[in-house]
Design a protein around this ligand. Sequence first.
Ligand SMILES: N[C@@H](CCC[C@H](N)C(=O)O)C(=O)O
Length: 281
Amino acid sequence: MEFTKGHGAGNDFVILPDPDGALELTPGLVAALCDRRRGIGGDGVLRVVRAAKHPEGAALAGEAEWFMDYWNADGSYAEMCGNGARVFVRYLVAAGLADPAGETLPVATRAGVVRAVVQGETIAVEMRRPRMYDTASAALGGLTLAGTAVDVGNPHLVCSLPAGLDLAALDLTRAPDVDPTVFPAGVNVEFTTPAEPVDGTDGHVLMRVYERGSAETLACGTGACAVGAVVLRDAGQDTGTVTVDVPGGRLTVTVTDDSCWLAGPAVLVATGEIAPTALQP
Ligand SMILES: N[C@@H](CCC[C@H](N)C(=O)O)C(=O)O
């Protein structure tokens, strides 16, 4: 089985080319591939399949040639992955499966069609506008933090830390506790604090994230979009640009009247062959 390994700001993926949808991808195989000791290692898997050849992509096949079949490291799948979409497009272009010269490159996902623009080392992807729909809290390490529930195609809870709490000191080795009635399908939880030293722009924050299905990751693109929307709301703005620094690098989020752009690095680092029989469940 061929694979490519790539990442977007340290959010890393095992990419599986499967144009005709012939691969039997199971939760066990995904988890084994993402195992950092016994497999390739990754926060998730991106299967590259023609939209027409995938049951969930077929309805979008007229609008996009390729479907991003995204799976979390634990073998669950998610509706959307912002960094995954950017890395997916990097792969399509590198493999000669898509032309970056076009105005925007459509990609089908479980959350609908997103559109990407390749700008050298940066790939920007246009997703739906984040929708803030509730308030909730996250409990971890004896702390209870208030947050905003945000839908970016997948679910997020954005908790802005009260003054005096150190983002770096949060224990994200286990999942924060959240109210399952607010998040029946689980949730990605983002923690933010203003960037220091204050650099003169309001829209600049630091973020850490505990991802549903993948644990703490170095970056989460949809999470950055959720954070961007909350930062703008708190500044009394509907639209604008927010810089989100994550442990793996920098993401830029631009919220417009009807969409949200996520921009940042997208890198392919290796290509190889896996012997699936050698992967341990
Ligand atoms: N890292 C991703 C989000 C991946 C999906 C997430 N873990 C979920 O289950 O919703 C991103 O860059 O958006």
